[in-house]
Design a protein around this ligand. Structure first.
Ligand code: HEC
Length: 106
């Protein structure tokens, strides 16, 4: 490869990494904060469950659910105890929470 082009590409990669990495960690932090403020009081900080009737979110039983199922559970809730979040959280926030629930997988 042409050396000058290689250098230019390297600079572009570094700049891209500087732009993208903080954004990615910001999104992860936002999901963690959201979980802490909206979910942890019932599901526990580690998803293991605090309130009677919750399942361990990291268990195989919950983790085998598809992203679509988890999205629906979070958006629509599971009456009577699991509250709906549609209208309170954006679709992106719900999506980030699905990803966060996946981090509990054992
Ligand atoms: C008021 C207590 C409460 C809050 C707040 C709550 N949940 Fe739940 N959640 C429950 C209960 C209870 C269930 C089990 C419902 C059932 O299976 O009948 C449940 C079920 C779930 C499920 C489906 C897995 C399962 O057990 O079948 C997911 C995923 C989930 N909650 C994620 C979340 C997320 C993410 C939040 C935060 C936005 C949240 N929950 C907030 C009580 C709560």
């Amino acid at each position: 490869m042409n050396l000058a082009l290689g250098k230019r590409l390297a600079v572009v990669m570094v700049v891209l990494a500087m732009l993208v990495l903080p954004l990615a960690s910001f999104a992860a932090d936002a999901a963690a904060d959201l979980y802490k403020s909206k979910c942890a009081m019932c599901h526990g900080p580690d998803g293991k469950g605090k309130m009677a009737g919750t399942k361990d979110l990291g268990s195989a039983e919950v983790q085998k659910a598809s992203d679509t199922d988890l999205t629906a559970a979070i958006a629509k809730g599971k009456p009577p105890k699991m509250p709906a979040n549609e209208g309170k959280l954006t679709a992106d926030q719900i999506k980030s929470l699905v990803a966060y629930v996946r981090t509990f997988k054992k």
